[in-house]
Design a protein around this ligand. Sequence first.
Ligand SMILES: [Zn+2]
Length: 54
Amino acid sequence: MARMRKKSELPSKICPVCMRPFTWRRKWARDWEHVIYCSVRCRGAAKTRPAKKI
Ligand SMILES: [Zn+2]
């Protein structure tokens, strides 16, 4: 019933750490281009564990 809003209005990316899509947030308004990870936690995880070859 209340599905009038389009989520696609906001840009989104997929976090390379948790592989989940995340959408634009206001706190990222300044540097959305540079946002890679969905959260600080994932960013930290990426640093701690360098990408493994799968
Ligand atoms: Zn993530």
